[in-house]
Design a protein around this ligand. Sequence first.
Ligand code: E4P
Length: 217
Amino acid sequence: MKFFVDTADTDAIRELQELGMVDGVTTNPSLIMKSGRDIKEVTKEICSIVSGPVSAETVALDAEGMIAEGRVLAKIADNITIKVPLTWDGLKACKVLSEEGRMVNVTLCFSANQALLAAKAGATFISPFLGRLDDLNLDGMALIRDIRTIYDNYGFETQILAASIRTVNHMKEAALIGSDVATAPPAVIHQMANHVLTDKGLDAFVADWKSTGQSIL
Ligand code: E4P
């Protein structure tokens, strides 16, 4: 499973990139707001750090506006993926932009039928939002499973990009189901390294080693 980082924080991206943990980046208007930076300037910096797909989101609500914004965003760098919302206008924009040979990420997907439409419109990525479904006591993971089945049934090449990831369990489940990509906040990727038994085991090794009085170096 590919790891995308869901942030516009360039320091956090750089740190994970150095460890080989970043296959791409996703941003959205809320993350740009949080960064406090200009969308073009911060997106350009992200594209200079990461060679994989970097999603930059359009904000127009009509297809023409999304297409125009998408073309502007695509000029920032070769690895830009244009993000459009899963509305009827978003699907129209997806069709036009993908036919121009651009990568398109269709976002705010909450149903398998929406994902089916995005694949037919030529989306490179579909972003089902797990966490926001879980927040409503719905089963976000079931959505990923359904989309996986539908895409496999018909050989759609659209990649499933599990989004709105909140927990390390989301990462594990998405990988088990066969999501092509998961995009997670940097903190969740860091938390994947943690286990209470690792900490406990390490404490015991450190204490025992100290009692030997030995040193390796
Ligand atoms: C994905 O592309 C979105 O930017 C993101 O995953 C949304 O996550 P949230 O529901 O935590 O805002």
